[in-house]
Structure formats: C-alpha cells, structure tokens
Ligand binder design. Sequence first.
Ligand code: HEC
Length: 149
Amino acid sequence: MRPLGTRAGLAAGVLASLVGCAGPVEEPPALAELEEVTLSGEQLYLNCESCHALTTGASHRVGPNLGGIADQPAASREGYAYSPALQQSGLTWNEGTLAAFIMESGRLVPGTWMVYHNHLTPEESRRLAQYVLRAGQGADAGAAWVDPQ
Ligand code: HEC
C-alpha cells in the first residue's frame, strides 16, 4: 500500500478522533474549555509585531510599517526596500489577499522576503487580516477592536 501523505494522514486522524468522540466517553472539562478559546485579532498580531509596526508613521522594522495598508498596492510604503517579487506582485491589500499572505506568504508571492511560518487556521488568518486592515487605519478604527470583556 502507498504510504499516506501528511494531509491524508491528518484527515484519517481527525476522522478517527471524530469516531472516538461519538462514543459515550466524556471529555475532561479542562480540554473542552481550551477548545473554546478564541484569540482576538489583536492577540494574533503578536505573531507579526516583532517585524511590523502598525501605527501610521512609525518606523519600519525588519518588515515595513503596516499602518493604513488597507486597499493600498503591495510594496508601496516609502523608505522600505522590498523584494522584487513583492514589487512585481500586482497585489492590493484587502482581507482576501492579506489572509492568503498570512497563511502562506511564499505561495501567494513566490520569492517574497517575508519568511514566516505559522499554525494559524484560515479563520484566524482572516480575523488577523481584518484587525491589521482596521487597526492600521487610526485610533477610531482600532478602538472598535477592543475586546468586549
Ligand atoms: C520575521 C519577520 C516577519 C514577520 C514575523 C512577519 N513579517 Fe510581514 N514582512 C516581513 C518582510 C521582510 C516583508 C517584506 C517582504 C518583501 O519585500 O518581499 C514583509 C511584508 C509584509 C507585507 C507587505 C507589506 C507591503 O507594504 O506591501 C504584509 C502585508 C505583511 N508583511 C504582513 C504580515 C503579517 C500580518 C504578519 C503576522 C502574521 C507578518 N507580516 C509577519 C517580515 C515579517
């Protein structure tokens, strides 16, 4: 038999655990609680903060400042030396392109200098993209993202 690929193996594992869950065995409460934790866009941004400022006008870090990036063409921040790949990508930053870049930068823009690997789900990537696009627009937009606690 052909060995299962990673994805197929994962799927098989998920299936197996789903079948397991269907039984009468109760999950320990601690684990059930863990699964409900949802990280906010602001919390998810900690993945980006070391390389990107999000305040308009703040200086570039390893990566360019992301303040006010919504609807802007890629590689258009002044004073930052971008890779030729990003300069030639023809992308505009919106929720779809940004979430895709977060998920797998090198797949959306082969040759980009942003080498960043993460374990975010597609849903988390989308939430993070929304946060970056809105929080970067200024204090008012950012305020809308304060977590209701
Ligand atoms: C290890 C440093 C590093 C991390 C972590 C990182 N980036 Fe980047 N990012 C870069 C670099 C370097 C570039 C410039 C890429 C190029 O020129 O090809 C970049 C470029 C970008 C751009 C394009 C900006 C523009 O002006 O077109 C976006 C958007 C972006 N990053 C978002 C993110 C987000 C969101 C995260 C967090 C999930 C993140 N990055 C994490 C280094 C990083």
